[in-house]
Design a protein. Structure first.
Length: 254
């Protein structure tokens, strides 16, 4: 299994993976805050066809005058009108406006989105579970936060596998020289990340007996990650590339 995972990891953790994946959105920026903002948004919107996800994220970037952080810090109320027409699946204008509000309040106080994930963080934590719970609470601490938007920010407190936020954390935290993941955050460690449990990853993981839990929930994501740590304890989530790639290759149905 090691050779299978290692070879697939090396095959897919390459710059040619970027253009057809939502990660291409943050890769179109060089400013750290822009990478964080659009990385987070691309990850949250990452359901459905990848081409549609990418196009919707490009629409958002255009609405923010191709400078997300600058727009978020300096926009006026009249600048928000075009966002009333933004929609992707169940993510609508109410959610969009709240995201903009959250980002503005956060970046008025902090220089990095990483700070939002450090509220519940401890270097002693086995994984980022506590960080994700605290981040969810922080994201919705505004008493006017719309109830409907909560479904778009997963939390282990609701037993969610949190696949989109775990994917975003992989992008920000993992460090290597391949040029796909950014590795621009330094406090959360790669060994604390949890593998994003999407349908491709889940299917292949079950076939390889890396995952036995029947529910696709937080505990399943932890089980998978713990088994991947037996292969690489310092960087288990690098095998997200391998499992996802094998899934694309229809490995699980062969």
């Amino acid at each position: 299994m090691y050779e299978l995972l290692e070879n697939s990891y090396k095959k897919y953790n390459q710059p040619n993976f970027i253009p057809d994946d939502p990660i291409c959105i943050p890769h179109s920026f060089s400013k750290k805050e822009d990478i964080e903002i659009m990385g987070f948004w691309a990850a949250v919107l990452a359901w459905g066809q990848r081409k549609t996800i990418i196009n919707k994220c490009k629409e958002l970037v255009s609405l923010m005058d191709n400078a997300p952080h600058d727009f978020i810090i300096n926009h006026t109320e009249s600048d928000l009108k075009p966002f009333l027409n933004f929609k992707h699946r169940t993510f609508n204008d109410v959610d969009t406006l709240y995201f903009l509000s959250f980002f503005q309040k956060h970046y008025q106080k902090y220089n990095s989105l990483e700070d939002a994930f450090l509220i519940g963080y401890s270097e002693k934590d086995e994984n980022v579970g506590n960080s994700l719970i605290a981040f969810h609470n922080y994201f919705f601490e505004d008493e006017d936060a719309p109830q409907r938007t909560r479904k778009h920010i997963a939390t282990p407190a609701r037993k969610s596998a949190c696949k989109r936020i775990n994917m975003f954390l992989r992008w920000m935290v993992r460090k290597d020289n391949q040029g796909v993941d950014f590795g621009i955050w330094n406090t959360i460690q790669p060994s604390q990340l949890i593998c994003p449990l999407d349908v491709h990853v889940e299917r292949v993981s079950r076939k390889l007996k890396l995952l036995t839990r029947k529910q696709s929930d937080w505990n399943a994501a932890v089980e998978l990650t713990e088994n991947l740590k037996k292969i690489d304890q310092n960087d288990p989530v690098k095998y997200d590339f391998a499992l996802f790639g094998l899934g694309l290759e229809k490995f699980a149905s062969s």
